[in-house]
Design a protein around this ligand. Structure first.
Ligand SMILES: *Cc1c(COP(=O)(O)O)cnc(C)c1O
Length: 379
């Protein structure tokens, strides 16, 4: 079987940056500073300026970023073990893992079948006296943010924590409230992942916490460094979740290209959406503002229970695909004992979705070719 259209080629993704990445690596090697230091400081400053958030803490990965935010709120007395966090049922399992790892309870809310993000009309019903936060996950790169979420959080005094692992560079617009702002600056705190396959990927694991809250930032920074506020003085029972300076140096090469990288993804998404006319395929919503979606994944739905057939047919034409995600977190064995409402849309999505190639390495004309192959698959 030929693989004319690979799903993701990380070599191609990093090729344009190769020279600068090598220079960055040499700079770190020659600096002799391999934990913390100026590379991490400068990266934090760069991400803060880009997202317009005053406090940034570089951390080890996206899951740790989420865990540290929640554990930070626990140390500050804002949350207690046993409290509830509302989370979209349609998400990567890491969103759930961070909540349960902090001793909190994930309360999954079903997806909107069209945006595939949390259905904000269902959130208020899930709020109880123990609810402390809403986790807004910008899944597949689509900004999960609307007035409903903001109003519910205000009304019930909830924190909004963005899982921005898939949404870097995305925007949300609130005329009259604050105009246009970047994901990572919309809620009280946000987690970024720079896992190599994300829109801006490091060459290994990396992540960051952004927040408007200086107390939370201080607590997260301490927790990520053994719980110490100064050397050999531990105010918390902390962890080692620091950002590697080598990854910080690599990320400073790529961060300034975030909008360009996302614009390229948008062009491929547009090619797919314009060319796919197969009536048994549902293409994702194209939003009004280009930056409402940074197209981390281009996710289509295959109707009539034909997903597996469709994937096999595409593979026969050399088109690699993926599924994000075939098993939602609440159906994973580790959450067998989690109580949750019926989540029919999330489960339907899990059975119907397919992700098409969209990263660098898939050209706009590749996307149009793949779309034409898709139009010829019938049943
Ligand atoms: C990738 C991802 C994470 C976890 O990030 P890591 O850096 O891989 O730990 C969390 N949430 C979502 C939605 C993700 O896609």
């Amino acid at each position: 079987m030929t693989d004319n259209y690979p799903f993701l080629d990380l070599g191609k993704v990093n090729e344009p940056y190769r020279e600068e990445l090598v220079k960055a690596a040499v700079r770190v090697i020659d600096s002799g500073r391999f934990v913390g230091g100026t590379e991490v400081d400068s990266f934090e400053k760069m991400l803060g300026e880009m997202t317009e958030v005053p406090y940034v803490v570089g951390v080890s990965n996206g899951l740790d970023a989420l865990r540290l935010i929640l554990k930070g709120y626990i140390e500050l007395g804002i949350m207690r073990p046993g409290d509830e966090v509302i989370v979209p049922a349609n998400t990567y399992v890491a969103s759930f893992l961070a909540i349960s790892d902090a001793g909190l309870i994930p309360i999954p809310v079903d997806a909107d079948i069209h945006t595939m993000n949390i259905d904000s009309a269902l959130i208020e019903k899930a709020v109880t006296t123990r609810t402390r936060a809403i986790m807004a996950v910008h899944l597949y790169g689509r900004t999960a943010w609307d007035k409903t979420i903001a109003d519910i959080a205000t009304r019930h005094g909830l924190k909004i924590i963005e899982d921005n692992a898939q949404g870097i560079g995305g925007r949300a617009t609130h005329p009259g409230l604050y105009g246009t702002r970047q994901t990572g600056s919309l809620g009280h705190a946000a987690a970024f992942s720079f896992y190599p396959t994300k829109n801006i990927g490091a060459l290994g694991d990396a992540g960051a916490v952004t927040t408007h809250d200086p107390e939370l930032a201080k607590t997260v920074r301490a927790l990520a460094n053994y719980g110490s506020d100064r050397r050999y003085h531990n105010i918390y029972r902390g962890y080692n979740c620091r950002l590697d300076p080598l990854q910080a140096a690599f990320l400073m090469v790529k961060l300034p290209h975030t909008d360009d990288e996302n614009a390229d993804r948008f062009e491929r998404a547009l090619a797919y959406s314009r060319t796919i006319t197969n009536p048994r395929i549902v293409t994702p919503l194209m939003s009004q503002a280009v930056t409402d979606n940074v197209w981390h994944q281009y996710v289509i739905r295959i109707l009539d229970g034909k997903r597996d057939f469709f994937v096999r047919q595409l593979a026969g034409h050399g088109v690699a695909t993926d599924i994000h995600y075939a098993t939602p977190p609440h159906l994973q064995p580790c959450y067998a004992s989690l109580s949750h409402p019926a989540l029919p849309m999330t489960e339907q999505l899990a059975d119907e979705i397919v992700s098409l190639p969209i990263a660098a390495g898939t050209s706009v004309s590749d996307a149009a070719d793949i779309a034409r192959i898709i139009n010829n698959i019938t049943w």
